[in-house]
Design a protein around this ligand. Structure first.
Ligand code: SF4
Length: 299
């Protein structure tokens, strides 16, 4: 197997050896693993991109609220401001990324179709960052696909070295992973080298280590959707830092090891059980009671 990898170090070496980008390597990896042609792999990624686009477009126009009424309509509120940013401290790209990430999260909460990239809970960051930045660059759909393939390689390394499961690693494994994937994908879209992509991913993931999974009522709504929106700013910031010449002191593979270590010592109460953190606040317990769930702790 010529293109298989499990670590960032292996990715960097393979990219050097074949003189290719991370996105090209990820495509060849999947082609080799699945036995399908690279054209077929690319087609599948295009379909993924189209589903992401559909969720964004529906989400930014929607006022629909989730069944529990906790979320809905915020993507539209944010998106309305992207052309009148005088009141806003961030810029158009970050605001639009947050609108898109929120749109995907709200579509998920309303049981519409989204792409779990890498998971349903962390599904907003990658489309938020990559679609918004792609619009800014006036980049074609091709460049967007490059970002997605690069992001998928980073997700694979996290899955191999740690986890993408909140039940195992908390929210660092969902939103944290998505932020790292987006930071790398965006950096490749900007012409960054494989090393720079992993510096961006490392800077991003380090900032999310230890993040609890503590959703209200166990539903992927609060704090999940806003965490995705804020995650977009972290991903864009990490990529910007790298473009400015900043590097991560700790290599990405070591950050993934640290993530795995934290997952191992994290309390089960903070791993998708809704038994700790925000899930046991007064508001969290109000939602539990509405859902007929047992309240065990109240802060
Ligand atoms: S809080 Fe838990 S359910 Fe919500 S996005 Fe994070 S990991 Fe997923």
């Amino acid at each position: 197997m010529e293109y298989q990898f499990k670590t960032a170090e292996e990715v960097i070496n393979l990219c050097k050896k074949h003189k290719i980008s991370i996105s090209e390597l990820a495509k060849r990896y999947e082609s080799e693993r699945s036995g399908k042609s690279t054209a077929n792999v690319r087609e599948r990624m295009k379909r993924t991109r189209d589903v992401m686009y559909e969720a964004i477009q529906k989400g930014i126009k929607s006022n629909e609220r989730s069944k529990m009424g906790m979320v809905g309509g915020d993507a539209k509120k944010i998106y309305k401001h992207i052309n009148s940013t005088s009141k806003i401290m961030g810029n158009k790209v970050t605001l639009r990324a947050m609108a898109y990430a929120t749109a995907v999260g709200e579509q998920n909460a309303c049981m519409r179709r989204i792409v779990a990239f890498p998971t349903a809970g962390g599904s907003g960051v990658v489309p938020g960052v990559l679609f918004s930045c792609s619009e800014h660059f006036k980049a074609g759909k091709r460049k967007l696909l490059k970002g997605m393939f690069c992001a998928s390689a980073v997700g694979l390394i996290i899955a191999e070295g740690a986890t993408l499961s909140a039940a195992k690693g908390g929210c660092q494994a969902e939103v944290g992973a998505a932020v790292a994937m987006s930071a790398a994908g965006l950096t490749e879209m900007r012409g960054g080298t494989p090393e720079q992509c992993f510096h961006a991913a490392a800077i991003a993931l380090k900032s999310y280590l230890g993040l609890a999974c503590d959703p209200l009522g166990g539903l992927v709504e609060v704090p999940c959707i806003k965490r995705n929106a804020i995650g977009c700013m972290a991903a864009i910031g990490a990529s910007d830092m790298v473009i400015c010449g900043v590097t991560s002191f700790i290599p990405f593979d070591e950050v993934v090891q640290a993530m795995n270590n934290i997952a191992e010592i994290m309390s089960p109460k903070l791993r998708e059980t809704a038994l700790g953190g925000l899930a046991v606040t007064k508001t969290g317990n109000m939602i539990k009671r509405k859902l007929g769930l047992k309240v065990t702790t109240e802060l």
